[in-house]
Write a protein that binds this ligand. Sequence first.
Ligand SMILES: O=C(O)CCC(=O)C(=O)O
Ligand SMILES: [Fe+2]
Length: 262
Amino acid sequence: THLPLHRSPMASRLRLAASGENPITYSKSGAGGEGGTERNPEEARRREVTDLGGGSEVVHVARFVAREAAWGWFDYLDKRIPWTRPTIRVFGRSAVQPRDTCYVADEGLTDLRYSGHQPHAHSWDEFPVLKDILNAVHEALPGSHFNSLLLNRYKTGSDYVSWHADDEPLYGPTPEIASVTFGCEREFLLRKKLTKSQASPGSGEVAPKRLKVSAPQQHSFLLKHGSLLVMRGYTQRDWQHSVPKRAKASSPRINLTFRRVL
Ligand SMILES: O=C(O)CCC(=O)C(=O)O
Ligand SMILES: [Fe+2]
């Protein structure tokens, strides 16, 4: 079958993986089962693999979850998740996090802490749908064993997540993070962290010769309703990511990032 090529914002960055090269195998739950209708047919779940260099890689599956099923999951999550907007600390100041959040994790894991905030860990048993989504992600990523999930809801285009890396030690040096998006499509940006020598060119008395500092490498992904994006290798060590404000985005977006606490 010939599929329309997904438009890629940066034409040069891609190696389109043939589906045979990276087989996604879902256990068919048979006629009447639910599994089959939630996921798009295999030929639609085309993977774009972006090699960021230096052992970092991003995999993007624009049509991971079938549209209707994805809206069903969106509605469930929007209504049933006990969303909160915690006060966090950034650069020594308190601020209300600019998006709703919720955290789910296996029992007995090291607690997650970020920006001076420790979210309450809910149990998977409270939200059966999350187990379905987790199963779909596990089937798409053979060998993955996610045990925790951070959910974010961006109510409007004014909600965002600023530049950061999910490089907390509890995830280990090369975490695989799988991100599933529902609802409003938003841009997801990645930029290379500056190395020591690239960062502020010193504060010596003699002004340093003006060096041409090239802009950090950047990649952009438009994350659509029902899409999957996976960051792996050294992406958290060497890159930062963000979902910037977008005045034009008026409807809510829900994003799930599955992680493995070691
Ligand atoms: O909403 C997204 O796509 C990203 C969320 C994120 O980076 C995070 O929760 O760490
Ligand atoms: Fe993140």
